[in-house]
Design a protein around this ligand. Structure first.
Ligand code: GDD
Ligand code: MG
Length: 346
């Protein structure tokens, strides 16, 4: 059993966070995001993992190495230009010899992939797609199924008029199990999409195509700043379990500073007197000066927050400088190296 993680998208909707950091390795609770996917693949016994890259591939390779640190074997395949989701799978064909779990590289979930594999084998499927119910399916790939799990229709990003007569709210969760025979449906060297081309072709060819519907799992696409921030709140609020985090090392927290129980502080931080960190995640090497307040926010590594600054419901990138008394609030997203003058309001 092997896996292919599609991690080549540009992460446009997550800009400016993805200008210097490709989406697959943005920090989530101070850990590169792909490590969560690698962890759930490893739990299902899948150690042979290929990463399909296109945007800033070197940064991803340097950060993850050969995978031995995480108990897996990582291989990297970089497209000369983005080939689309299906095209990326075809581009990796030389590395694909057996049943493969294909994973969109921006999905945070605690799904037990072994259960999906079991169903794939039991149904003798050539393709199995994981589905999740959502309130608003319009931003996703909507999938209709028969009661026995057979996939009936796949409609990527349905238009409002198409949504009106729908009987289901289950969408493509971005996790597939595919037999190598699916590669035969994809032309070589062309841009091709799982969602717009391959899945409709599987249906047209009447190949055995089944759906595994998630019931009580956590699932989130991290593709937008709102969703990225919400994932942190979900972790801090205990909605996602079974992932481990390093204890903070070498951080100096003043005894008059407050770091509440639902916050996570990285290594080598300095947190000065009378400052407050509430329900937030602070990256490595962050300095927080006197009386600054950070609430419901995510601050990336090596940022400096000056005295009496306030950061609320915001994301602050790496190596930023926030001046004294500056206010960064609701929904603000600051890219790496942003510098805010004293008293700035966003
Ligand atoms: N290697 C490679 N090459 N990877 C790519 C490419 C490419 O050309 N294009 C996209 N990807 C990767 C992205 O990095 C991402 O991890 C994944 O494929 C999906 O792309 P997104 O751009 O995030 O798609 P989406 O979120 O709009 O929609 C997809 O995910 C939804 C679930 O979150 C679709 O698969 C929907 O059907 C699905 O519901
Ligand atoms: Mg996405």
């Amino acid at each position: 059993m092997q896996a292919l993680i599609l991690a080549g998208g540009k992460g446009t909707r997550l800009r400016p966070l993805t200008v210097y950091t490709p989406k697959p390795i943005v920090p989530v609770l101070n850990k590169p995001f792909l490590l969560y996917q690698i962890e759930i693949l490893r739990r299902a016994g899948i150690k042979d993992i290929t990463l399909s890259l296109s945007y800033q591939p070197n940064k991803i390779e340097e950060m993850l190495g050969d995978g031995s640190e995480y108990g897996v074997n990582l291989r990297f395949i970089t497209e000369p230009s983005p080939m689309g989701t299906g095209g990326a799978y075809k581009f990796a064909a030389d590395a694909i010899r057996e049943t493969t779990v294909v994973f969109n590289g921006d999905i945070l979930t605690d799904l037990n992939i072994a259960e999906v594999l079991q169903m794939h084998l039991a149904k003798k499927a050539e393709a199995t797609i994981t589905l999740v119910p959502v309130e608003d399916p319009s931003a996703y790939g909507l999938v209709e199924t028969e009661p026995n799990g057979k996939v009936l229709r796949f409609r990527e990003k349905p238009k409002p008029e198409e949504l009106a007569d729908l009987t289901t709210n289950t969408i493509n969760a971005g996790i597939y199990v595919l037999e190598p025979s699916i590669l035969d449906l994809i032309p070589k060297g062309e841009n091709h999409s799982f969602e717009y081309n391959v899945f409709p072709d599987i249906l047209a060819n009447e190949k055995p195509f089944y759906a595994f519907i998630m019931q009580n799992n956590y699932w989130r696409d991290l593709g937008t700043p709102e969703s990225y921030l919400q994932a942190h709140h979900d972790f801090l609020g205990g909605k996602i379990k079974n992932f481990e985090f390093e204890k903070p090392r070498n951080s100096e927290v003043s005894h008059t500073a407050l770091v509440d129980k639902t916050s996570l502080i990285g290594a080598d931080c300095i947190i000065k007197p009378n400052s407050r960190v509430i329900n937030s995640v602070i990256g490595d090497g962050v300095h927080i000066e006197e009386k600054a307040i950070i609430e419901n926010s995510v601050v990336w590594a090596h940022t400096r927050i000056s005295s009496s600054a306030q950061i609320k419901n915001a994301i602050v990138g790496r190596s930023c400088f926030i001046g004294k008394n500056a206010i960064v609030n609701d929904g603000a997203v600051l890219g790496d190296k942003t510098s805010l003058t004293d008293y700035t309001k966003t």
